[in-house]
Design a binder for this molecule. Structure first.
Ligand SMILES: Cc1cc2nc3c(=O)[nH]c(=O)nc-3n(C[C@H](O)[C@H](O)[C@H](O)COP(=O)(O)OP(=O)(O)OC[C@H]3O[C@@H](n4cnc5c(N)ncnc54)[C@H](O)[C@@H]3O)c2cc1C
Ligand SMILES: NC(=O)c1ccc[n+]([C@@H]2O[C@H](COP(=O)([O-])OP(=O)(O)OC[C@H]3O[C@@H](n4cnc5c(N)ncnc54)[C@H](OP(=O)(O)O)[C@@H]3O)[C@@H](O)[C@H]2O)c1
Length: 486
């Protein structure tokens, strides 16, 4: 373990006297996997000594696992347990509540570390540029996710007053958003949702949530498990439309060659058949309905008095390649709220070249490039900020492996940090009044949230394993009640 040794600036980086100092910015899965893989690399097994500090702007670790994954997805716990074990070993220091760009600059990092890995992910919605998207009642799905997951920096209030809602997009986030919007709040009470989220959802008058995809059933970007899960919501009927079930040659080829597509087309078709077997009324009489529409391309969000009152689509048709073209037929749906879930988009980082088309840090296999396209020595990227906001948690492992392989291959050319001592960063943050949190602090907050869940279980109608603390100040206070790293 290298973090316990003090550093000597005259020795070559990578020894007990002078470990190779690496900062990882972002403690989502990509950042944690990169840090973990570095500590387990062949070079380290062969004697290289690394010392890694992991920073996050949130007081808690795990990125989108805490502030993206839906609360009714407890199966993700296995991954959290694995990441917890990595950080619990004690050889990677965690600094929460530290933001790159405000609390620490690139120059600070270059002064204290021989290499920096950006793993800052994505938290914002991609734009959907159609008229009316700015109307009151039109929301980004990512913002709603942040609200229901108790993100510390978003408003505690969320307007849930629409009876009919449109969700645009056929990815897993659209499914999450639509499922949470259509579920009964009481069925989410067993999860870790904050109290204000339960209270907000409980008041929702929603009856119909419509998910719209611009392409066909064989072009959805869902995954099979997440699609099937829609049918598990109590008192929510799924409604499909026969005219949306169209397949071109590319669709047939996709069904034949891709098991996931085959399974999902099978699921959707079975639902349609079951619904058609139930004579004229496709529903069971549930109080809420989730409609799945395909071949609908959004054209305009329509409004009255500045508020959403409907949405207009152009019906599309498949063009043989799995893509679609407009048919010139337009369809209007009365809705009082629109959620766009057309993908996430990464945010630019100060002093790091950014590809504004793709929303990623400009890089080649994780090696960050400068404005002239050449490698910036010692600066790397991994995860969604390297590759774009696509893929599951497990996919960030491959990113991390590529990035750390390149970093270790570049080792001889890394710039040598001027102030590599492990206490120097702590002192710098303290001198700036940054109230950083530690791994011990996270364990304290984790235990506190579990205790809140246990207390609510004693008095409430259901067992609750955890209730999330939302306020940043409260998170920091609880965390800093424990011993602080140093
Ligand atoms: C709504 C949603 C639900 C999802 N659900 C699932 C699921 O159920 N299962 C699954 O396998 N995958 C799921 N995914 C995908 C999964 O979340 C991503 O694949 C994964 O989180 C990407 O990891 P990352 O580390 O690159 O980014 P992130 O998880 O976004 O982590 C980035 C971290 O960097 C930190 N950071 C950002 N900027 C700064 C800064 N300036 N200074 C310091 N720190 C900073 C952030 O605070 C964050 O902690 C979901 C994604 C979304 C959007
Ligand atoms: N439970 C889980 O495992 C889980 C949960 C959430 C997210 N995730 C993962 O996180 C990643 C991001 O998910 P995501 O849903 O944000 O993105 P995504 O999978 O890329 O889906 C985006 C959807 O938006 C549509 N879209 C894009 N632009 C559009 C436009 N202008 N008009 C209409 N529709 C448009 C896309 O249609 P086209 O295909 O036609 O472009 C696609 O259906 C994915 O890899 C996802 O699997 C996983």
């Amino acid at each position: 373990m290298s973090t316990a040794v003090s550093s000597n600036t005259s020795a070559a980086p990578g020894t007990e006297e002078r470990p190779l100092r690496i900062a990882v910015i972002g403690s989502g899965p990509a950042g944690v996997y990169a840090a973990d893989m570095l500590t387990k690399s062949a070079e380290v097994r062969d004697g290289l000594v690394v010392s890694i500090d992991l920073f996050d702007r949130y007081p808690a670790p795990y990125g989108l696992i805490r502030y993206g994954v839906a609360p009714d997805h407890p199966r993700i716990k296995g991954i959290v347990n694995a990441l917890h074990k990595v950080l619990d070993r004690g050889d990677i220091r965690f600094f929460g509540n530290v933001e790159y760009g405000t609390d620490l600059s690139l120059e600070d990092l270059q002064t204290h570390y021989d290499a920096v890995i950006f793993a800052t992910g994505a938290i914002k919605d991609a734009d959907l540029n159609i008229p009316g998207i700015e109307l009151d009642g039109s929301y980004g799905g990512a913002d709603f996710v942040s609200w229901y997951d108790g993100h510390p920096d978003v408003s505690r209030e969320w307007p849930l007053n629409a009876k009919e809602i449109a969700v645009i997009g056929n990815g897993n986030v659209a499914l999450d958003v639509a499922r949470v919007l259509s579920k009964h709040a009481d069925d989410l009470l067993v999860t870790e949702i904050p109290d204000n989220v339960y209270a907000g959802l409980k008041e929702s008058p929603v009856t119909d949530v419509h998910i719209f995809g611009r392409r066909g059933p064989a072009q959805v970007k869902f995954t099979p498990l997440e699609l099937r899960e829609l049918s598990h919501s109590r008192d929510v009927d799924i409604v499909l439309y026969e005219e949306d079930f169209d397949f071109d040659e590319a669709s047939d080829a996709a069904v034949k060659s891709n098991n996931q597509i085959k399974t999902m087309v099978g699921t959707l078709t079975n639902w349609l058949v079951e619904q058609d077997d139930d004579d004229a009324d496709p529903t069971t009489g549930a109080s809420r309905r989730l409609h799945l529409h395909f071949l609908h391309s959004p054209v305009e969000v329509t409004g009255t008095d500045g508020k959403v009152s409907g949405i207009k689509f152009e019906r599309t048709e498949l063009d043989g390649t799995g893509n679609v073209r407009g048919t010139g037929e337009f369809l209007d749906y009365p809705v009082q709220a629109v959620y766009r879930s057309v993908g996430y988009f990464g945010s630019a980082l100060p002093d790091v070249e950014f590809d504004h088309q793709r929303g990623v840090v400009t890089n080649d296999g994780g090696r960050v490039l400068g404005v002239d396209g050449t490698q910036v020595p010692g600066i790397y990227a991994t995860g969604w900020i390297k590759r774009g906001p696509v893929g599951l948690i497990g996919h960030t492992k491959g990113d991390a492996l590529e990035t750390i392989t390149h970093l270790l291959a570049d080792r001889a050319e890394l710039p040598v940090a001027a102030v590599p001592g492990i206490e120097a960063v702590t002192e710098l943050l303290d001198s700036r009044g940054v109230k950083f949190t530690s791994w011990e602090g996270w364990n304290e907050l984790d235990a506190h949230e579990k205790a809140l869940g246990a207390a609510a279980s004693e008095t409430g109608p259901v067992q609750r394993e955890r209730i999330k603390v939302v306020s940043r100040d409260e998170m920091v206070d609880v965390s800093r009640g424990a011993s602080v790293v140093g």
